[in-house]
Design a protein around this ligand. Structure first.
Ligand code: ADE
Length: 228
């Protein structure tokens, strides 16, 4: 999969893509990430790409022309399955959307900044708008990083069997069960006996019950969405 990200701050992504699973996905050849600096498409020598909003009001708007030129330049080399704009008024990111996006080949993510991007880009280029929560971030970079991470770990082959994304929270509509590691007894705080019994069927049944119970307690609205 290729993820191209148009941003005013490519440096913000550098550490993020160089560690852990995102790094491994790239090293193993499952993921390729390209950061495109929108300032390279500035119409002036100062590198600015924003202007005042028509009609007034506080805050600058990312101009239509540099962004359109940038997207069209990228489209000459790549046919995108989705052009995603990160915005607080977009569709809420969830595991189901991440699963859908993980099956695509080429994604382009536009990071907003200031008051946002000129609406004409949303109308004429963007195929999907995604929010990562009901709060306003200073820019779309964190949202683009969150979206990329949640997608990349689902690409088949990226995670090993032990880390399988199938046991993630939300993957089966439930939050994940509690996990424990050695020692089995720490200050008298004991790991549930069944996890030490070695019987995979009993362990699986306990994990399912635990996940169900935790979902009821912590995220009951997840259960309302399914026929249980
Ligand atoms: N840009 C600013 N806030 C955002 C949010 N909550 N989700 C996605 N993009 C954003």
């Amino acid at each position: 999969m290729q993820i191209d990200i148009i941003t005013l701050f490519p440096e913000m992504f550098e550490g993020f893509f160089q560690y852990s699973i995102l790094k491994r996905a790239q090293t193993k050849g499952f993921l390729s990430v390209r950061l495109i600096n929108l300032r390279d498409y500035s119409l002036n020598k100062y590198g600015s790409v924003d202007d005042y909003a028509f009609g007034g009001g506080a805050g600058m708007v990312i101009q239509v022309e540099p962004l359109a030129n940038c997207i069209e330049d990228l489209q000459k080399q790549t046919s995108y399955d989705e052009i995603i704009y990160t915005a607080p008024d977009g569709q809420m990111l969830n595991q189901s959307l991440s699963n859908t996006l993980s099956m695509k080949e080429n994604l382009l993510i536009l990071c907003g900044h200031y008051k946002g991007i000129d609406e004409r880009i949303r109308e004429h280029f963007v195929t999907r708008e995604i929010s990562i929560g009901d709060y306003v971030l200073s820019g779309g970079e964190l949202a683009a990083a969150v979206i990329s991470d949640s997608i990349a770990r689902l690409i088949p082959g990226v995670l090993s069997d032990e880390q399988s994304a199938l046991s993630d929270s939300f993957q089966d509509g439930l939050v994940a069960p509690a996990v424990y590691s050695r020692p089995a007894d720490f200050r008298g705080w004991k790991v549930p006996e069944v996890l030490l019994c070695g019987d995979p069927k009993k362990i699986e049944a306990w994990q399912y019950e635990n996940a169900l119970e935790r979902t009821k307690q912590r995220r009951p609205q997840l259960l309302e969405k399914q026929d249980m």
